[in-house]
Design a protein around this ligand. Structure first.
Ligand SMILES: *Cc1c(COP(=O)(O)O)cnc(C)c1O
Length: 408
């Protein structure tokens, strides 16, 4: 055995003993409500393609057309090779969708976070992050070198204390080129709990302290608002969010990530966001599919798909509550079935799979240790009979854990 493997194998063993072993499943069908694994057809609640757009003929046609006209790959970073029409058209569509001056796309949402925080913040600055923010925001906050403080999940009192502390450090340090910047980073809909940030009060709070806000709408874009543009738009707060972030890979049915905001913000990212500068431009078919997804979202069909999604969410919540599963107060497409122990979560996922239903188990480090769960995502593409089948399968597997005794 070589020394690399000799070092890695015991570590993999430890992960297995902790109930944290992982293996990639091979899916032999398109990702959708019905997938095929090992020859077994499964009803899937694993995809973030909330509106079923990744299989939509309009997006597929846009991707094929772009591949025919511009090829399968962009070949270089846009700073070297320039932008193609699908990139420009996508960014124009994004800016108008989010009602901002400008937009910039990246290879992924993950790369968007790393590039953006790194472009705007440095060692003299401060980033205030929600405790349950996505790993890409955590990594971005660490990598940019700013002082990182974490506030309690969705707790404005906790954020307020940190903003007050940050206010005491706003003086320009001796010899520093500028005074410290303070950036609040959070999500509008959280990726593992499906709950919603108290956005209206959060925006007012960051304004009182003259801090900036980056809002990641990865799980809200496509689901909220009259044009499905996200929660900030739904609450008419879009112009008070400094930096809108999102992914093109979930409800938009394509791939990539984006920032929407002012022209100055986008210009600065083009100069400084390393994951934009040193990375090949998004593939033309992916960019064209995303632009088609944005058009579709805002169309009557987008509206009816979104309405169907919310109807499905209501039905799933109703059925799960009847089976005794405690659900978050704020309804959303992400429904966490919190089990607790890592092994219990994988065992529950395995028994559901035996009943033909695929709901992925989520464990540390995606969630805290001991907070393992099944992460069930509802799609507009689920049919009423799919939801009935989910309920029937859940009725045949171990019931939800008893809630801990209340101290009320
Ligand atoms: C999925 C996700 C991302 C990353 O987006 P990708 O395009 O998949 O890299 C960022 N933030 C949140 C909250 C997410 O759930």
């Amino acid at each position: 055995m070589n020394s690399l493997d000799a070092a890695l194998l015991p570590e993999l063993d430890t992960l297995r003993q902790q109930g944290l072993a992982r293996a990639l499943l091979r899916v032999d069908s398109p990702q959708g409500p019905h997938i095929t694994i090992d020859g077994q057809s499964l009803l899937s609640f694993a995809s973030n393609d909330y509106l079923g757009l990744a299989q939509h003929p309009a997006l597929i046609a846009a991707a094929i057309d772009a591949a025919t006209r511009f090829g399968t790959g962009a070949g270089a970073s846009r700073l070297l090779g320039g932008s193609l029409p699908p990139h420009d058209e996508l960014e124009t569509a994004l800016a108008s969708f989010k009602r901002t001056e400008a937009a910039l796309t990246f290879g992924s949402g993950y790369a968007t976070a790393l590039g953006t925080l790194g472009a705007l913040l440095g060692p003299h600055d401060i980033v205030l992050l929600d405790k349950r923010a996505h790993a890409c925001l955590v990594d971005a906050a660490r990598l940019c070198g700013a002082t990182l403080r974490v506030f309690k999940h969705n707790r404005l009192d906790s954020l307020d204390r940190l903003l007050q502390w940050a206010d005491t450090r706003r003086q320009r340090p001796h010899g520093a080129p500028r005074s410290p910047r303070v950036l609040v980073v959070t999500e509008s809909v959280f990726s593992m709990d499906g709950d919603v940030a108290p956005l209206r009060d959060l925006v007012a709070l960051k304004e009182r302290h003259d801090a900036w806000l980056l809002l990641d709408e990865a799980h809200a874009t496509g689901l909220y608002g009259p044009r499905r543009a996200g929660l900030a738009d739904a609450l008419q707060l879009a112009d008070r969010v400094d930096i809108h972030m999102g992914t093109l890979g979930k409800a938009l049915g394509a791939a990539g990530g984006f920032i929407c905001g002012s022209r100055a913000l986008v210009a600065m990212l083009v100069h400084r966001a390393r994951s934009f500068i040193f990375s090949t431009a998004p593939a033309p078919p992916a960019a064209a599919a995303a632009a088609a997804g944005i058009r579709l979202l805002q169309s009557p069909e987008g509206q009816s798909r979104c309405a169907r999604l919310w109807d499905n969410i209501g039905q799933v919540r109703h059925r799960l509550t009847a089976l005794g599963w405690p659900l978050p107060d704020s309804p959303g497409a992400i429904v966490p079935l919190v089990v607790g122990a890592e092994d219990d979560a994988t065992a529950l996922a395995a028994s559901l799979r035996q009943h033909g239903v695929f709901v992925p188990a989520v464990r540390y480090p995606a969630v805290a240790r001991g907070a393992a769960r099944l992460r069930l995502t509802v799609s507009a593409a689920h049919k009423p009979e799919d939801l009935a089948r989910l309920e029937a399968a859940l009725a045949q597997v171990p019931p939800p854990p008893r809630p801990p005794a209340s101290h009320a």
